[in-house]
Design a protein around this ligand. Structure first.
Ligand SMILES: [Cu+2]
Length: 662
């Protein structure tokens, strides 16, 4: 037992020494309870457990150095999580209405959600958020915006990190599902939405036996207007691709800036139909030994778009496959086998592809790709796209194990690949300019760390930037059958925090975090000090949609009023601790109601809500915020409205009556 305590003290000393000046006004040694070893023994904690606890326990009031933005999977939301404490800080409503934020219950966010409806106006009630991507400047996360795609319906959302709210959702008019998005170019010129399952462009009907000629892949370059904080659809374009089920993508950076890479996994052109005696998709799409890495010169595509050699389809410019080939925009390179990730190294020199059914990762050299393109004389696939032979572009292959999916990087020249079938994180060494950063030989496997289990994606601290931090990776594991108390047949996912601070085979799992709300797909981890959100809205009457003062905001409760003009009733309500002005609003059944709210609060702890019973209306009115709701008073009766945030001791008294005369 003494040994445990001694080790514990040594660990604490080490941690304090390594922690980069952060904590511990008093050295932890002097504050450690004398019975710590007894506690460890009673709880059955090993030395590793104690070290893990010390590395992750975050005392009340201490802030996390990193924030992880994780997709919320089928929940259609985004999660903000502190690292290394793994505390959930916020759920951000994106594709699905979210009542706490009043997202989609009457305020300006309704318009955001409606922006993502089907082209014919049909409501979409859920999304399958997949790959969050932070905005970048010179290849570094800049903390300004977060983008995320909806795989289920091919949509893209823009979240403004000044207030952590979704500002825009776009329905892709020519794709019906996507996967390889959202990925930004190094200066966020474009947010790229890669496709997934091929369909005719514009998702028009075409019989499945016309798959080869009518079904297509599609990559969309959404132009981001940083000043407006919105995607500009008129400056966006798409590239038509063969129907190869393009999957994960990544933008080139550094030496490969201006290029874009996507893997694919149905070069077989399988069309399924197991009920007809055809091979099922799972068999049909895995016959070939190689699929095609898609190599796209997006700078050239942008020139072609600006030059006008495009066709407009459903309001957006499309570069045809024929033009893409003629203008040398699109190339292929073989990639083994049914791959998932296509991950560009921090300096942009290499693209790492994990073949789900191949035990290797394959590393492509961007220099070699360029040389092969310049040398020319390439054969083509059946659609006429030039194919660069694998031996002309391959830098290395590293055997890692079963089911390599996705690769991220650190600051020590290591790469980390998730191994789905092995349920492991593989640490391996990069070569080239990274070879002298680590003690091992380049392109070798260093460690396979078991995780629990079925890991999908993996995220690293600042991992998708030009200068990853190291320190942590997070394994985004799927169902965790044996880690948590049974909460019924639908299992939580399991995020595991992995300590990667030491070189060599010293990776360790230091925290398990159940996610009991859908299946987060991917995450990015940003330094917390890069984020500068508002503490309260900058001025009284701030409209979060326009990010400016709303013309209908009021600045004083004395300006609160009700005005009637025929059947239109317009109301200006002041909201301040702990009452609304006015508290009585009376209208006639059938009146059209336009109701403006202004929070007059300037204190951080003074968020109010406005929940109107019976009318499906709920707003969150954060300090300074203005909102407008508009509805028909189609139900006569006596309705109450009340503050839905516990805002003060007299919170229960913050109510009013909405009286609708028959
Ligand atoms: Cu994925």
């Amino acid at each position: 037992m003494k040994k445990v305590l001694t080790t514990l003290l040594a660990l604490v000393t080490l941690l304090v020494a390594c922690s980069g000046g952060k904590p511990a006004a008093t050295p932890a040694t002097s504050g450690l309870p004398a019975d710590a070893a007894a506690i460890a023994a009673a709880r059955g904690l090993t030395q590793d457990d104690i070290a893990a606890a010390l590395k992750t326990y975050t005392p009340s009031g201490q802030l996390d150095p990193y924030i992880m933005f994780a997709s919320g999977g089928q929940g259609g939301q985004v999660l903000a999580i502190g690292v290394p404490s793994m505390r959930i800080l916020k759920l951000i409503g994106v594709f699905t209405p979210e009542p706490w934020q009043g997202y989609g219950f009457g305020g300006s966010s309704d318009k955001v959600i409606e922006g993502g409806y089907m082209p014919n106006g049909d409501e979409l009630k859920w999304g399958d958020t997949h790959h969050p991507n932070l905005s970048e400047t010179k290849g570094e996360y800049d903390g300004q915006f977060l983008f995320i795609n909806d795989k289920a319906n091919a949509r893209l959302a823009v979240i403004d990190l000044r207030d952590f709210e979704t500002k825009q959702i776009i329905k892709n008019p020519n794709a019906i599902n996507d996967h390889g998005g959202a990925f930004v170019t190094p200066n966020t010129e474009y947010v790229i939405e890669g496709p997934q399952y091929a369909a005719p462009l514009g998702f028009e009907y075409a019989p499945i036996d016309e798959y080869q000629n009518k079904y297509r892949g599609l990559i969309t370059f959404w132009k981001f207007d940083r000043a407006k904080g919105r995607v500009d659809e008129s400056q966006s374009f798409q590239i038509e691709l063969p129907p190869y089920w393009q999957d994960l993508c990544d933008a080139g950076k550094g030496v490969s800036e201006g290029w874009f890479f996507c893997n694919s996994f149905n070069t077989e052109l399988a069309t399924g139909g197991v009920e007809l005696g055809n091979p099922a998709f799972e068999a049909g799409t895995t016959k070939n030994d190689v699929d095609y890495l898609h190599i796209v010169d997006w700078k050239k595509a942008e020139q072609v778009f600006k030059g006008g050699d495009v066709e407009k389809l459903n309001g957006i410019a499309v570069i045809s496959m024929e033009t893409a080939i003629k203008e040398n925009i699109l190339y292929f390179a073989p990639e083994p086998k049914s791959p998932h990730g296509a991950d560009v190294t921090p300096g942009g020199e290499f693209i790492v592809v994990g073949g789900k059914l191949d035990p290797h990762v394959t590393i492509y050299s961007f220099d070699k790709i360029k040389a092969a393109i310049e040398a020319g004389g390439l054969e083509t696939d059946s659609y006429g796209v030039p194919v660069i032979p694998l031996d002309k572009v391959m830098e290395a292959q590293v055997e890692l194990g079963l089911g390599p999916l996705h690769t991220v990087y650190d600051d020590k020249g290591y790469a980390y690949t998730s191994l789905f079938l092995d349920s492991a994180v593989a640490r391996w060494t990069l070569g080239g300019p990274y070879a002298d950063k680590h003690p091992e030989e380049p392109w070798t496997l260093v460690q396979k760390l078991p995780v629990q289990y079925n890991i999908g994606h993996i995220a690293a601290a600042e991992g998708d930037t030009a200068s990853p931090d190291g320190g942590y990776v997070v394994a985004l594991n799927k169902w965790s059958i044996d880690r948590f108390a049974n909460v019924g047949p639908l299992l939580p996912q399991n995020f595991q925090l992995v300590d990667i601070a030491q070189t060599g085979d010293q990776m360790k799992v230091i925290y398990d975090m159940p996610i009991g709300m859908a299946e987060p797909h991917y995450a990015q981890i940003i330094k917390a000090d890069k984020l500068h959100p508002f503490e309260v809205y900058p001025e009284i009457g701030w409209n979060p949609e326009t990010m400016s003062v709303d013309p209908n905001a009021i600045t004083d409760a004395a300006q609160a009023r009700v005005e009637r003009n025929g059947n239109n009733v317009e109301i200006w309500t002041a909201v301040v601790r702990s009452h609304y002005t006015p508290e009585h609003v009376e209208v006639n059944k059938g009146d059209h109601v336009v109701w403006h709210f202004t929070s007059l609060e300037r204190q951080r702890d003074a968020t109010h809500g406005f929940g109107l019973s019976g009318y499906n209306i709920n707003l969150s009115l954060e300090p300074g915020e203005a909102q407008t709701i508009e509805f028909d008073a189609n139900k006569a009766g006596t309705f109450t409205f009340y503050c839905t945030e516990f805002c003060s001791a007299l919170h229960l008294e913050m109510i009013g009556y909405f009286l609708v005369k028959p």
